[in-house]
Design a protein around this ligand. Sequence first.
Ligand code: ADP
Ligand code: 5GP
Length: 206
Amino acid sequence: MARQGILIVLSGPSGTGKGTICKALLAQSTSLHYSISATTRQPRPGEVNGVNYWFIAPDEFRTMVEQNELLEWAEVYGNYYGTPRRWVADMLHSGQDVVLEIDTQGAMQIKKQFPQGVFVFIIPPSLRELEDRIVKRGADSPAVIAKRLGCVQEEIGFAPQYDYAVVNDEVAAATAKIAAIILAEKCRMDRNTDLIEAIGKRGSIE
Ligand code: ADP
Ligand code: 5GP
């Protein structure tokens, strides 16, 4: 039986660079897979259904919740977002690593179900830089930007419940740190007891 993949959860305030880092991470790794969330948010220009999100109507989202199809879900900045359960379970079961880019409320729900998950909080170098990034992204109206920036302190309040803190000062450096975290997590003794048993019993890890 394949060993379980690792579940990596990335959170951080809007505009910190989670999506940018995820894209860079996925480009470097063939064993890491991005969980496409369902959302009731309207697509931004350039966003594609089934690539960035599953863009669905509120009714459809409600049905997914009622049918227990979401591993976690939350209302974030006025829209609903959730992680499809089946895809994540299948990937982990077949030994593939999965990254969830989700908000702090969702991350806390995942932590209860997957205490063995790896929880990474991405921090902007400063609040000024965060504001610059979210404005320069050009994706949200001033009202939406204000709403998102208004949540930053509350979100940062959850940071101590994560395992790792990574400052996104420079994309390549932050991405390298997260890749290193994943590599180290894969080597943890408690994720490798099967190898230790095999070498002890059969003289080989094969
Ligand atoms: P999030 O997914 O956390 O909301 P994004 O990945 O969309 O954030 O990044 C927000 C904006 O900041 C984007 O325009 C992105 O290109 C830019 N950005 C991301 N990381 C950095 C960085 N390290 N330095 C400068 N700009 C960045
Ligand atoms: P955005 O609208 O900028 O794409 O995302 C807004 C926020 O929703 C971000 O904090 C993002 O991480 C979060 N988010 C995206 N997908 C999910 C999800 O499936 N579940 C939860 N709880 N949050 C999500």
